[in-house]
Design a protein around this ligand. Structure first.
Ligand code: C2E
Ligand code: CA
Ligand code: CA
Ligand code: CA
Length: 278
């Protein structure tokens, strides 16, 4: 029994070691990937079902390794955050997304607002606001066409500092939305004092709508909150017509999800928009 115990211990420590080795390898690969242009962006449309408007697109990062294997952002973003690579990578994402919005406008006259996900590490980087400003200047994108998606949890860590950063972004006239709303520690009082424009209802609540009355209640509450604070509300992860109908009944017409369009490469996205208007 004693031997077995020791064996097990050895087994565990080796597998922990292997896991951390795998992580280190992936991290090294990630660093190379930025130089070797293995990253790309896809874009998912956001629509308003009442007005039939296309509200804009969300830029989502993709990593395809040289062997053709795609790695999910859920896997590599945390690694990029841990290594600090998210700062240059995030700057690349922002610049590329802004350039793309400009390129669409120039090619088709279609002004598509673009939303970019910002990680906490990026947001707290002292150079963040300057980076956003430089990006707008370099690409010539009108700031109202840029939206930054922040998550709730990153807003409540150092409130004074967060408020300062948000005010600086407000001065640049870019929009800010709170992503995955409802999943964090919704301290509602902070919302009043933060210059944000939109609440994005997390996909997890949509999953069980309309069957689960509790999930529906959360969705309803966020919509009511948005209305009383004069904030826009959008639902993400809309997959079925039942969910869309339910959201419309609750008073939320802004939606994003596979029901309307999957994340697409830039040329497909433009074709999608033109098809939507037809
Ligand atoms: P997120 O910001 O909440 O993005 C929404 C995710 O839901 C995306 O996954 C999108 O492809 C997926 N999605 C959209 N509609 C539907 C739907 O109807 N059904 C289902 N099941 N899923 C839907 P994706 O692209 O794998 O991204 C995962 C997460 O990775 C994002 O969650 C975001 O947190 C992060 N991420 C992606 N791109 C970036 C980036 O450029 N920077 C940072 N910091 N994070 C990013
Ligand atoms: Ca997002
Ligand atoms: Ca989200
Ligand atoms: Ca999410």
């Amino acid at each position: 029994a004693k031997d077995e115990g020791r064996g097990r211990h050895r087994f565990f420590s080796r597998s922990i070691h292997e896991a951390s080795l795998a992580r280190q390898l992936l991290q090294a690969e990630l660093r190379r990937a930025l130089d070797q242009r293995q990253f790309s962006l896809v874009y998912q449309p956001k629509v308003n079902l009442w007005t039939r408007q296309v509200l804009g697109v969300e830029a989502l990062l993709r990593w395809t390794r040289p062997d053709g294997r795609p790695i999910s952002p859920l896997e590599f973003i945390p690694l990029a955050e841990a290594s600090g690579l998210i700062v240059p990578l995030g700057a690349w994402v922002l610049e590329t997304a802004c350039q793309q919005s400009r390129a669409w406008a120039q090619a088709s006259g279609e002004e598509l607002a673009v939303s970019v996900n910002i990680s906490a590490v990026q947001f707290t980087d002292p150079g963040f606001v300057d980076m956003v400003e430089r990006c707008l200047r370099n690409t010539g994108l009108p700031p109202r066409l840029l939206e930054l998606e922040l998550t709730e949890s990153m807003l409540i860590t150092d409130i004074a500092r967060v408020q300062q950063t948000l005010r600086a972004l407000q001065a640049l006239e870019v929009c800010v939305s709170i992503d995955d709303f409802g999943t964090g520690y919704s301290s509602l009082s902070y919302l009043q004092n933060f210059p944000v424009q939109t609440l994005k209802i997390d996909r997890s609540f949509l999953k069980t709508v309309p069957d689960d009355p509790q999930a529906s209640a959360v969705v309803e509450a966020v919509i009511a909150l948005g209305r009383s604070l004069n904030l826009g509300v959008i639902a993400e992860g809309v997959e079925t017509t039942e969910q869309a109908r339910c959201l419309l009944n609750l008073g939320c017409a802004a939606m994003q999800g596979y029901l309307f369009g999957r994340p697409m490469a830039a040329p497909e996205l433009l074709a999608w928009v033109q098809e939507w208007h037809r």
